[in-house]
Design a protein around this ligand. Structure first.
Ligand SMILES: *[C@@H]1O[C@H](CO)[C@@H](O)[C@H](O)[C@H]1NC(C)=O
Ligand SMILES: *[C@@H]1O[C@H](CO)[C@@H](O)[C@H](O)[C@H]1NC(C)=O
Length: 589
């Protein structure tokens, strides 16, 4: 892509300014002095016209517009027929609300208060034998409020007031508890116009969780015993902590500090970011494990899927959350996006789909470490398309107010690069919905020449579900567990472009969910193989169905004044938290 040099861009802007100032307009026709020679007249005239064109290219262009068509450089995904329209699509939006009620009312009928719901057996279960912690109720509440379901909200509030307890002597995952329960309490606190009940519960939960930070370095342990208030390491992984898990607590803890005026929470999670910043090797790709004893990254897989994903998401969102006052997060984000483009973004063999790979460390026979590139993309990575587009119009903006959709000249070169990759990744994620059900699998692999799959001539063109064989039980990769990530990206892309095609894609996914995941008696279930008809169900409705998948769909079909992206950051469980100007002095750079 060719880009105009900076100087030229500046000139174009000045020219626009001159346009508005009548005193500077140069449309007065040149007054030819009485000259003895017409040649001089023409030369002076031509020089003058040349000068006008040189000084005011935009103005001249405007004059010539009716006769000559100028082609502006456009960004990828640019739709020449776009009519920007952000008004709600009421019938579709109402259909999403109906789906939410279908899910919630079944849960409330069969399992109110239990952590998780199984719609086929119509039963609930808790995460531990010690009793529930409101996993489903609290994760769903802000969606209810946004949908205007006041009666459901009132009943859920009663449950929180009378039945919710964190006095549970068992281990809970620090990260999951933070993003679902703490995040849900905080966004509900905000959306309920500061109903103190939710803030009190958020403070109680967080105070019980604080002991996880009592390690040598301050990197939080993976689990918390909420009853005993003791941090517990992850024995399955040598007590290491996962990068995304320690770096995906910050939006919640910082917001809690800002509304409670207690900077303890803020300092604990900022310390994590400081460690990551100082110990991060270049290129800035995050291995998925860190050592809480020395604060170092441990040589382990590098990926944008599980245990990696939301680390990158929160770099950008931490920068946005505090009103772009903390430049360190923009720097960390930009360095990471640079590294992702250099090392992980790849193009598929046949249709040239953009996708992301993983890097797996391997020790060779001589003991040397090498990195093997694996063309595996989790459904989880589909958050990245929207995230890159959001980063492009914020960290990559050259103007205060970027247009909808952004114009080529409003973005920096890296902003344009990120926009392009974002648009293309969403396209790829939509391509992975080309299955028998129209649902995307949990994990796809992309073809690379060295996979030697072409032998029978029946190999897939671009991507496939690994381990899927006719007659065999479907691999875990083939499941659709009601994940939201593609829809999340479609929602962000729609808000940044107003392009109806993103709504159309979201509607297609919703219809596939209705057709294949909806359980007649109530609720939605996971599908065991997206490429098999009729589908087989797994008896589970993940809590993110109500907190994320249906919320992002609802927002996709709502008008753009509902949770504007300029005023909110979504935590990684889709709980919207307001952007604020920090009063606590921050920044470690
Ligand atoms: C889950 O925990 C709550 C609170 O202790 C309890 O009332 C409920 O019966 C439990 N549910 C199940 C299915 O065990
Ligand atoms: C909530 O607590 C009230 C009062 O203790 C009790 O009557 C009710 O059954 C509880 N509800 C649930 C769903 O556990």
């Amino acid at each position: 892509m060719t880009e105009p040099p900076i100087r030229e861009r500046k000139r174009a802007r000045n020219a626009r300014k001159a346009d508005d100032d009548p005193s500077e307009q140069s449309s007065k026709s040149p007054k030819a002095e009485q000259g003895s020679s017409t040649t001089i007249f023409y030369v002076v005239g031509a020089a003058f016209v040349g000068l006008v064109i040189y000084l005011f290219p935009e103005f001249v262009k405007t004059l010539l517009e009716p006769w000559i068509e100028f082609s502006e450089p456009t960004l990828p995904g640019y739709n020449p027929n776009l009519i920007t329209d952000f008004s709600a699509d009421v019938p579709k939006r109402d259909a999403i609300v109906e789906a939410f009620k279908h899910a919630w009312l079944a849960y409330e009928r069969d399992a109110m208060g239990d952590d998780e719901y199984h719609p086929i057996s119509q039963k609930g279960t808790n995460l531990t034998a010690a009793g529930g912690i409101g996993y489903t109720v609290i994760d769903s509440m802000d969606t209810m409020i946004l949908m205007g379901l006041t009666e459901e909200t009132a009943r859920a509030r009663e449950w929180v007031a009378n039945n919710l307890s964190f006095e549970r002597d068992a281990n809970f995952n620090t990260f999951e508890t933070t993003i679902r329960v703490l995040g849900g309490l905080l966004s509900t606190y905000h959306l309920s116009k500061n109903d103190n009940l939710y803030l009190e519960k958020a403070l109680e939960l967080t105070n019980r969780m604080m002991p996880v930070f009592s390690t040598k370095t301050g990197l939080p342990l993976s689990n918390i015993n909420l009853g005993q208030k003791i941090g517990v390491g992850d024995a399955d992984n040598n007590n290491l902590v996962s990068t995304a898990e320690v770096a995906t607590l910050q939006l919640e803890f910082k917001y809690l500090s800002s509304v409670s005026d207690d900077d303890t929470y803020w300092k604990a999670v900022e310390r994590v970011m400081q460690l990551i910043n100082s110990n991060h090797p270049t290129p800035r790709l995050a291995s998925i494990f860190m050592n809480p004893d020395n604060g170092q990254f441990v040589t382990s897989d590098i990926r944008l899927g599980s245990r990696g994903d939301s680390f990158y998401e929160y770099l950008l969102k931490q920068y946005l959350q505090t009103s772009r006052t903390e430049d360190i997060y923009r720097q960390m984000y930009e360095e990471s996006m640079e590294a992702i483009h250099q090392h992980l973004v790849k193009t598929s063999m046949t249709s040239h789909l953009i996708y992301t790979s993983e890097l797996i460390p391997e020790r060779g026979p001589d003991g040397d470490m090498t990195w093997r590139l694996t063309p595996k993309q989790d459904h989880l990575v589909c958050f990245l398309g929207g995230s890159l587009m959001l980063g492009a119009v914020t960290t990559g903006a050259l103007v205060d107010k970027v247009s909808v959709p952004p114009k080529h000249d409003e973005l920096s070169p890296t902003g344009r690069r990120d926009w392009k990759t974002g648009v293309e990744l969403i396209h790829t994620c939509m391509e992975t919905h080309n299955t028998a059900t129209g649902l995307a699998p949990e994990i796809v692999h992309f073809r690379i020449p060295s996979d030697k799959m072409d032998m029978g001539g029946i190999a897939p063109n671009d991507w496939y579900i690994k381990g899927a064989r006719p007659g065999a039980y479907p691999p875990l990769d083939a499941r659709y567990i009601l994940r939201p990530e593609t829809i999340e990206s479609l929602f962000i892309a729609y808000r940044l472009t107003a392009d109806k095609r993103y709504r159309d894609s979201g509607w297609k996914i919703f219809q596939a969910i209705e057709k294949h995941c909806r359980i007649e008696t109530g609720g939605y279930a996971s599908v065991i193989n997206v490429d098999e008809l009729p589908v087989r169900h797994e008896d589970k409705m993940e809590t993110f169905m109500m907190s994320e998948t249906l919320k992002y769909l609802f927002l996709l079909f709502s008008d753009a004044s509902v949770i504007p992206l300029t005023d909110y950051v979504f935590n990684t469980e889709a709980h919207p938290l307001p952007v604020f100007v920090p009063s606590i002095r921050t920044g470690f750079a």
